[in-house]
Design a protein around this ligand. Structure first.
Ligand code: ATP
Length: 427
C-alpha cells in the first residue's frame, strides 16, 4: 500500500536552496512535458536520515530521454545518453551531475484507471531496487512537490534501522546486493533483517557471487573499502564466507583482518610522513596484497584475472612473499641498510603492506626509522661526479649504491669528501 507524506518541511531544513531550487525546476520541466518526475534512492534515504546527499537520481514516468534533452537545453548541461538503458546523465560545467532514468509507461486494459497507471510504474521502478531503505521517491512536479512515495514500508525500516530486500529473488537476480547489504548495514549501524539474511546466505553458499562480473564486484568491494567501518564489514564478510567466494584458492582467516587493520593504521602514518609525491594509494590493492600474501600462486592468478589487476600485481605479490620469508629467517640487527638490501626499490603500496608482516615491536620501530631515512635521503653527488674521477662502466653505479647505503646508516656525513677518500684508497 502506498503511503504518501508531505516532507517539504524536512527538505527546506536539510537541502541547500541552490539544490532545492534545482529540484523545483526539474519538477516544472516535467510538468511542461506532462511527465511525473521523482527523485529516488540514496538521496531520499539520506534526506530522511537528516543527511545531505547531492547524488541526484531522477526517475521519469514517460520518456526519460526526451525529458533529459529538454532539461539539458534549459540548464545548458552536457547530456550523455545511455540509450540501451533508457537513461542519461546531465553534467554541469563544474562537474555536478544528475542521472535520469525512465520508468517505462505501461498500458492497462482499463484506461479509466489513469492514476493507477502512473503510480504503478514508479512503484515497479522502486520495487526493482536493492533494499527498502533505498526504495522511496519524492515527487517533484509542482502540484505535489515534496510528497514522499513509500510503497513498501520503507520509512518504517529506515526508522527501525533495518536492511530488507523487496522480493525473495533479489540476491539471485543481482548478487552484488550481498556486498551492498553489508556496506549499508555497517555505514548506518543497521541490521540485516532475518529473512533477508537467510536468503543472502543461501545465495552466497549456492555460488551466486561467482556469477557476477569481476568488474562489478570490484566496484562494490572498493566502495566497502572506502567506508569508515571497513574492518567490521570485512569481519562480517569473512564470517559469511564471502571472501572464499570472491577469492578462490585462498582461505579467510581472522588474522588476515588483524593484519589489514594494522596496515590501514600504518597507511595513515605513511601518507602523512612519507608520501612526498602525493601518489594515490589504492586501498583495493593494499587489501589484496595483504589478503593474498603467503597464499599460493593460483590465488594470485585467479584474483588478477577476475578483477583485472595490472601485471605488476603478481610481480609485487611474489616480491612481497619473498620479503616476508626473509624477514622470518634472517637474524638481523636491523640497520637501515638491512631493510634496504631486502626491500630494494619497492612501490609505496608495498611499503605500506609490509608493515603488517613485521615480526616484533622492535622491528616496527626500526622499519619506521628506515622509511623516514629513505624518503629523506638526498645524495649530494651523482654519477657524473664519480665519472669525473676517472671511473666508468658498472663501477659507477656500484659506488653510488655503496655511498647510498653508507649514508642511510648514518656512516657518512659528507659524501663528496667520502668519494675523494674512496678514490684515493682505491688508487
Ligand atoms: P551511496 O550513499 O553509497 O551513494 P546510494 O544508495 O546512493 O548509496 P548508489 O550505488 O549510488 O547507492 O545507487 C543509487 C540507488 O540505485 C540506490 O539507492 C538504489 O536504489 C539503486 N541501486 C543501486 N545499485 C543497485 C542494485 N545493485 N540493485 C538494485 N538497486 C540498486
Amino acid at each position: 500500500t502506498l503511503h504518501k507524506k508531505n516532507i517539504l518541511k524536512k527538505m527546506l531544513e536539510i537541502i541547500e536552496p541552490k539544490y532545492l531550487n534545482l529540484l523545483r525546476l526539474l519538477g516544472i520541466y516535467g510538468a511542461e512535458l506532462n511527465f511525473p518526475v521523482y527523485v529516488v534512492g540514496g538521496f531520499v534515504r539520506d534526506l530522511l536520515l537528516g543527511k545531505k546527499n547531492y547524488d541526484i537520481d531522477i526517475v521519469i514516468e514517460g520518456d526519460g530521454l526526451k525529458y533529459a534533452k529538454y532539461v539539458s537545453k534549459y540548464l545548458r548541461t552536457t547530456f550523455v545518453e545511455h540509450k540501451e538503458f533508457h537513461t542519461g546523465s546531465l553534467f554541469f560545467k563544474d562537474g555536478f551531475r544528475i542521472d535520469i532514468a525512465t520508468a517505462r509507461v505501461e498500458y492497462y486494459e482499463k484506461p479509466a484507471d489513469l492514476p493507477k497507471v502512473e503510480i504503478s510504474t514508479i512503484k515497479k521502478d522502486l520495487y526493482r531496487r536493492d533494499f527498502s531503505i533505498n526504495a522511496m521517491a519524492i515527487k517533484l512536479n509542482p502540484e505535489e512537490f515534496g510528497v514522499l512515495f513509500d510503497f513498501f514500508g520503507c520509512q518504517n525500516d529506515l526508522e527501525n534501522g533495518i536492511i530488507r530486500i523487496l522480493y525473495n529473488l533479489s540476491f539471485i537476480e543481482d548478487p552484488t546486493r550481498i556486498l551492498r547489504a553489508i556496506r549499508f548495514e555497517r555505514r548506518f549501524n543497521f541490521k540485516i533483517e532475518e529473512r533477508t539474511l537467510e536468503l543472502m546466505k543461501e545465495a552466497i553458499n549456492n555460488n551466486y557471487i561467482e556469477k557476477v562480473t569481476g568488474m562489478r564486484l570490484r566496484e562494490e568491494l572498493e566502495k566497502i573499502l572506502s567506508e569508515k567501518n571497513v574492518i567490521d564489514s570485512i569481519i562480517e564478510m569473512g564470517e559469511l564466507s564471502i571472501f572464499d567466494h570472491l577469492f578462490w584458492h585462498s582461505k579467510y582467516k581472522k588474522e588476515k583482518v588483524e593484519r589489514f587493520k594494522k596496515i590501514l593504521k600504518f597507511k595513515k602514518w605513511f601518507e602523512n610522513k612519507c608520501n612526498i609525491k602525493n601518489k594515490k594509494i589504492k586501498d583495493f590493492h593494499i587489501f589484496l596484497y595483504s589478503y593474498l600474501a603467503c597464499e599460493n600462486g593460483e590465488a594470485a592468478i585467479y584474483a588478477t584475472e577476475r578483477y583485472g589487476l595490472p601485471k605488476k600485481f603478481i610481480n609485487n605479490l611474489n616480491r612481497l612473499n619473498i620479503i616476508i620469508e626473509k624477514f622470518k629467517t634472517l637474524p638481523f640487527k636491523w640497520k637501515n641498510s638491512d631493510f634496504y638490501n631486502i626491500l630494494g626499490d619497492i612501490d609505496d603500496e608495498l611499503k605500506i603492506v609490509i608493515s603488517g608482516f613485521l615480526t616484533s615491536k622492535e622491528m616496527e620501530e626500526k622499519y619506521i626509522k628506515y622509511l623516514k631515512a629513505i624518503s629523506n635521503l638526498e645524495l649530494k653527488i651523482t654519477g657524473k661526479d664519480i665519472i669525473k674521477k676517472g671511473i666508468s662502466g658498472k663501477k659507477v653505479g656500484e659506488i653510488l649504491e655503496y655511498i647510498k647505503i653508507k649514508k642511510l646508516d648514518g656512516e657518512i656525513q659528507d659524501e663528496k669528501e667520502f668519494l675523494e677518500r674512496l678514490v684515493i684508497s682505491n688508487e
